[in-house]
Design a binder for this molecule. Structure first.
Ligand code: IPM
Ligand code: MG
Length: 359
């Protein structure tokens, strides 16, 4: 029996999580998944209800669960709030509180969607890369930070900081994942300009000594952005800092046709994880039944694989998603001319039907 904290959050969060829960319900009823769901608040939804984007009750609930399934946070109506009360702070706070330092963002191209990518098919077909992003340090969290007036002018500042141990542990995460893949790690930094990256590179080289079978290479982040668009299949595992990983993972997502397809895992040292689609709350399309729920459904599958030791059921979910794509069903974000466009809820139903058909 596993216990999962469900945090739908804001925007399209509610509707995409609802689809993922259809899949969970089905597997509970038919495949002995044994997942108990606990519901909680985060982001703008939590602020509206409690005055805080990350209420203590949510943190407490997280500590009592085996995993977290999160939708998305953020929306126009909360953008003018004081910084500490904004929805994004709730998400960052949860990552920090639970020390979810290792963020895995796979970019896999489903062959059925090769024509949905804005890049040429031959550039992206067969793409399967993993971005390992450090998630609880770096410039996102470094001190000092703020906006203050100096000499009569406003001055904004943040600090890009990494301790050696923080670099070391994300390095080990990346190398361990590469061991199970194509055994290649590309560490992305800006060591030609930033001291923090100089240390990053030095520590990565040291960590690599524990993994002689894995090949380590280094790339500056500007070149990495270019290479991702030019020849993305050269990469196996990319490991990088919080901010660079944020930027590169959106870029990698688009190679696959749509950011609406990609799940992610954020893990602590014990393998406790939070699972979420890498896309945001998309307030512009919320409530219209057009968002793609597949990244969230695939986040459940990632949870089963990485935290709950249920790889067989994870395979089942992935096969069901593949079957639905094979049948030609698409949400609007992944549709090209002539394909059958379905809404959010219908897409959830189709995945459940595909699970039934496998049985
Ligand atoms: C992500 C998002 C978040 C981030 C935002 C919502 C705070 O863009 O998970 O990539 O910057 O980490
Ligand atoms: Mg991002």
């Amino acid at each position: 029996m596993s216990k999962v904290l469900v945090l739908p959050g804001d925007g399209i969060g509610q509707e995409i999580i609802a689809q993922a829960l259809k899949v969970v319900d089905y597997l509970n009823d038919n495949n002995d998944l044994g997942m108990e769901l606990v519901h909680g608040l985060i982001g703008g939804a939590a602020y509206d209800e409690t005055g805080l984007p990350l209420p203590q009750t949510t943190i407490d609930a997280a500590h009592q669960c085996d995993s977290i399934l999160l939708g998305a946070v953020g929306g126009y109506q909360w953008e003018s709030l004081e910084r500490d009360l904004r929805p994004e702070r709730g998400l960052l706070g949860l990552r920090a509180q639970l020390d979810l330092f290792s963020n895995l963002r796979p970019a896999i191209l489903y062959p059925q969607l090769a024509s949905a990518s804005t890049l040429k098919e031959e550039v992206v077909s067969g793409l399967d890369l993993m971005i390992v992003r450090e998630l609880v340090s770096g410039i996102y969290f470094g001190q000092p930070r703020g906006i203050e007036t100096r000499d009569g002018e406003r001055y904004g500042f943040n600090s890009a900081t990494y301790s050696e141990s923080e670099i070391r542990r994300i390095g080990h995460s990346a190398f361990k994942i590469a061991q199970k893949r194509d055994q290649r790690v590309c560490s992305v930094d800006k060591a030609n300009v930033l001291e923090v990256c100089e240390l990053w590179r030095e520590v990565m080289i040291d960590v690599a000594k524990d993994y002689p079978e894995v090949e380590l290479s280094h790339m500056y982040v500007d070149n990495a952005a270019m290479q991702l668009v030019k020849a993305p299949k050269q990469f196996d595992v990319m490991v990088t800092s919080n901010l660079f990983g944020d930027v590169l993972s959106d870029c990698a997502a688009m190679l696959t046709g749509s950011i609406g397809m990609l799940p992610s895992a954020s893990l602590n040292k014990d393998g406790f994880g939070m699972y979420e689609p890498i896309h945001g709350s998309a307030p512009d399309i919320a409530g219209q039944d057009i968002a793609n729920p597949l990244a969230t459904i695939l986040s459940v599958s990632m949870m089963l694989r990485y935290s709950l030791n249920q790889a067989v059921l994870a395979d089942k979910i992935e096969a069901a998603v593949n079957a639905v794509l094979d049948q030609g069903y698409r949400t609007q974000d992944i549709a090209v001319d002539g394909e059958r466009i379905v809404g959010t809820s219908k897409m959830g139903d189709l995945v459940v039907t595909a699970l039934q058909e496998q049985a």
